[in-house]
Design a binder for this molecule. Structure first.
Ligand code: ADP
Ligand code: MG
Ligand code: ZN
Length: 473
């Protein structure tokens, strides 16, 4: 029998507000352990939380960008459990009145992955295991999170990956999180079940906790899918439980039995007031959102004639997209700018992080000015390319790198002189050509281009040189 994967994601995104959710401590990552802490975020008795207004605003931005409805009334609840990373022995979260509900993310296939809810909550501290001892770093405790809960709409690992990539892109565009999986600012719990293909009912699910890399998610889903199929095939039941993925063994292993909501003894957080959001506020936040990646993608393909693939490469990194948009101002054909960026500029941005940071050594208007020179016919494509490389090397504008003599049209005399020099300087290629190797003529084009700073017409030069060689100059 064939089985189908059914999966739903609970995605935690750390918000990049300056301060924590209930106190004024910094959210900065990478500081000395337990230095970003105060009595509130280490849960000392007698302290009181105050909700950071920016957290609510960031979460509403995230909700609007994923087509959610914003609840006019929301509240905070206590989720009780005992663990050393949670000094109060409860986490302040949202239970039955989350801030955002009923959104979706649309995949490139057109399938919509429904979002059930987005709620705000505080992060816990971090446990560090070292030589059999366990240390706790409370710097992360009280850092604001949004939890985005999807419906069980995923049917393949590829859909999970695309959803997470889109989520990462959207959150970065709207500036609510840097979503760095390696730093834990984007992590997710993956719920998995299997069912016979064609079946309408869901199987029993397991939940794989705290995944923070695309590669591991793909591996974990694949092995967990197989494990469950094996169980079902052999007539055994899948046990509903929380599991973890062990990167060393490449297997998932049980962590604990599945808790239900009642295990957490949720109750309203009595120290915080109801969160009320009026429509006017929501409209204001909506108006302040930037153009989102899917809109940008449509515009780049429709208005600039870029292919879907090329457009996506630019849109994927919001700073690169902004750079591109600044570089095309006043340019006739934005596609030329796109080609330079995807070619020579991207060749120098090796890593995803470099692209994300938009590490381009020259300002956008340098690139624009170069393309304007090209479009006005003052320089040819070959020279433009060479110049761009030199601009990236030297951080100088095109005007400083191209001397006047290289601009404008090449006279017939100049072309002839350059061809003559190429023929005289390359006796071997000439001999090969005369010996019947017609292709040898191509070896002379490069020298002509170099001599004329790329201004020569390659076909014209070739014809001229063939004539020169055949007629013995
Ligand atoms: P909890 O908060 O206890 O983890 P929820 O009911 O909120 O439980 O569901 C959590 C996640 O599990 C959701 O993302 C949901 O889409 C997913 N889910 C629910 N049922 C299934 C299932 N049968 N198979 C796979 N995923 C599921
Ligand atoms: Mg869960
Ligand atoms: Zn604090």
């Amino acid at each position: 029998m064939k089985y189908e994967l059914v999966s739903g994601l609970e995605t935690h995104v750390e918000l990049s507000t300056k301060t924590k959710i209930f106190c004024g401590c910094t959210t900065r990552f990478g500081n000395e352990p337990n230095t970003n802490c105060c009595p509130v975020c280490i849960g000392l008795p007698g302290t009181l939380p105050r909700l950071n207004r920016a957290v609510v605003e960031y979460a509403i931005r995230a909700g609007l960008a994923t087509h959610c409805t914003i609840s006019p009334v929301a509240k905070m609840d206590r989720k009780n459990y005992v663990y050393p990373d949670l000094p109060k022995a409860y986490q302040i979260s949202q239970y039955d009145k989350p801030l955002c509900q009923n959104g979706y993310i649309e995949l490139s296939s057109g399938r919509k992955i429904r979002i059930l809810r987005i709620h705000i909550e505080e992060d816990a501290g971090k446990l560090i295991h070292r030589r059999g001892d366990v240390y706790v770093d409370y710097n992360r405790g009280g850092v604001p999170l949004i939890e985005i809960v999807s419906e069980p709409d995923f049917r393949s690992v590829d859909e999970i990956r695309e959803y997470l990539e889109q989520m990462q892109m959207i959150m970065r565009y709207i500036g609510v999180s840097d979503c760095k999986m390696q730093e834990g600012s984007l992590r997710c719990d993956v719920n998995i079940s299997v069912r016979p293909e064609g079946s309408e009912t869901f199987g029993t699910r397991t939940e794989i906790k705290n995944m923070n890399s695309f590669t591991n998610i793909a591996k974990a889903v694949a092995v967990e899918f197989e494990r469950q199929v094996d169980l079902v095939e052999s007539g055994e039941a899948v046990v509903q439980e929380t599991r973890r993925y062990n990167d060393d063994t490449g297997m998932t292993e049980p962590m604990r039995g599945k808790e239900d909501a009642h295990d957490y003894r949720y109750f309203r957080e009595p120290d915080l007031v109801t969160i009320r959001t009026d429509q006017k506020q929501v409209e204001e936040i909506k108006a302040s959102l930037p153009e989102l990646p899917d809109q940008k993608l449509k515009r780049y393909t429709a208005d600039y004639g870029l292919s879907e693939t090329d457009a996506m490469l630019l849109v994927k990194y919001h700073r690169i997209a902004a750079y591109f948009e600044q570089s095309i101002e006043g340019v006739k054909n934005p596609k030329t700018v796109a080609n330079f960026m995807l070619g020579q500029v991207f060749r120098r941005l090796d890593t995803e992080a470099e692209k994300e940071a938009c590490h381009i050594p020259i300002p956008p208007y340098y690139l624009r000015d170069l393309v304007l020179l090209l479009e006005s016919g003052k320089i040819k494509n070959q020279l433009a390319k060479e110049t761009l490389d030199r601009m990236l090397d030297t951080k100088k504008p095109a005007s400083e790198l191209i001397d006047e003599s290289a601009m404008g049209e090449l006279s017939d005399e100049q072309l002839e002189a350059a061809c003559k020099k190429a023929v005289e300087g390359n006796p071997k290629a000439v001999a090969d050509f005369l010996g019947g190797k017609e292709k040898a003529i191509k070896a002379l084009i490069g020298p002509v281009m170099r001599e004329t700073r790329g201004k020569a017409d390659a076909q014209k030069a070739e014809a001229l040189m063939v004539e020169m060689i055949r007629s013995g100059k």
